[in-house]
Design a protein. Structure first.
Ligand SMILES: [Zn+2]
Length: 389
């Protein structure tokens, strides 16, 4: 028996089709309507209607016709790269950055602003507002939204950062809400490792993957898991805090207040601390990278220690979540191919053989600024229609 869809049902169906089209354009790049009909499984008239609706909303734009072997030249449709924009804001313990991009998500140095993270929350919001306004003045077309990537635990039900172990100025705050009030543009808060996960799926090597994980071993140790095409959130969105598992009973104090947390031993920050202790002066990440490039041989003990704990972190994620691919993000260890290869040797010793055989371990291709852009694009897509599998 067939039934006539109600108006609400047909609106929902139309939006679901538009979302499916939008995801196809994101995945395949500039495409003709004929190509979109082939890859989406929708009928040609449905594709045509959905493309028209997306054009009207300013989410996609058309390119000049291309020559075809047969028939009329077809116009290409792509994510709006010149006629619309989104902004990404990355808040981190030492530095912040603000970036403007088209809806195709291409980020450039020219459209990126960086500054040291101010000590107080008010100064932070003031600085972010200034930098965002500067970039907004330089973009053309409508700015659809701003993704705000933050470290720490976001409680989705309370809609705030409940606790940020490495940047306590963010505790009990929601910088996305505060920026939105000042700028009048929709702002979306996104946890920094979830942002990286979305970015790998949207722009990196996780395109098309349903079950994978991202381990961020830069400042803190964050984990984001995509399971069956959805981010694992837990009851309130705070899942994934692998960094605060105790691994050294009397270890150094962690930003969370506990001692001996995995993130005090397995991250770029941990290596930075050990290197600074050895050379007897404070170091930032640039100094540490230069020091290691010059004199890696002098720091074998420190590299081995942090590498061993990073291997334990990687093994933990693989043993528990059985991902098809694990993406590791970082600079001093994950970002240096020879050092990362040594970490992977240790992973073999620490992981269950069957789980390791099922998993590919690679480094991330995307950055946190791309993650902030992916965060707002994910939100804009989700806000339009639910996903259907
Ligand atoms: Zn901790």
């Amino acid at each position: 028996m067939t039934t006539i869809p109600t108006r609400i049902e047909s609106t929902l169906l139309r939006r679901i089709n538009e979302r499916r089209l939008l995801e196809a354009i994101q995945r395949h790049g500039p495409s003709s309507r004929a190509m979109l009909t082939r890859v989406s499984g929708l009928t040609a008239p449905t594709v045509s209607k959905a493309v028209d609706a997306l054009l009207k909303r300013g989410l996609v734009e058309e390119l000049e016709p291309v020559e075809q072997a047969l028939g009329r030249p077809g116009k290409l449709v792509r994510m709006a790269a010149e006629s619309a924009a989104v902004l990404g804001v990355v808040i981190d313990a030492a530095t912040c950055c603000v970036v403007a991009a088209g809806l195709d998500g291409q980020v450039t140095e020219q459209q990126t602003r960086r500054f040291d993270t101010p000590d107080s929350y008010t100064d932070l919001i003031d600085a972010l507002e200034d930098q965002c306004r500067g970039l907004l003045a330089s973009v053309t077309g409508k700015t659809h939204g701003i993704g705000v990537s933050v470290p720490g635990l976001i409680n989705d039900r309370l809609e705030e950062i409940v606790f940020s172990p490495n940047l306590h100025a963010l505790d009990k705050r929601n910088p996305a809400r505060d920026l939105e009030k000042r700028l009048g543009i929709p702002c979306q808060l996104v946890q920094e490792t979830d942002a990286l996960c979305l970015s790998e799926r949207m722009y990196g090597d996780a395109r098309g993957l349903e079950d994978f994980a991202v381990l961020d071993a830069a400042t803190g140790l964050g984990l984001s898991v995509m399971s069956g095409g959805r981010l694992l959130a837990g009851h309130s969105g705070m899942a994934g805090e692998v960094g605060h598992i105790t691994v050294a009973l009397d270890g150094v104090r962690c930003g969370c207040g506990n001692r001996g947390c995995l993130e005090t031993l397995a991250t770029d920050s941990a290596l930075l601390r050990l290197l600074a202790e050895k050379v007897g002066r404070p170091l930032d990440a640039d100094h540490a990278a230069a020091l290691l490039a010059d004199r890696s041989a002098d720091f074998q003990h420190e590299l081995r220690t942090v590498g061993e704990y990073l291997a334990i972190a990687i093994a933990t994620v693989i043993n528990i979540f059985n991902p098809t691919t694990l993406f590791v993000h970082g600079r001093l260890l994950a970002g240096a191919p020879d050092r990362f290869a040594r970490v992977l040797e240790r992973v073999k010793q620490r992981t269950l053989t069957a789980s390791l055989a099922d998993c590919t371990i690679v480094t991330t291709r995307s950055s946190k600024r791309q993650g902030a852009i992916a965060g707002i694009m994910h939100h804009l897509t989700n806000a339009w229609a639910p996903t259907v599998r």
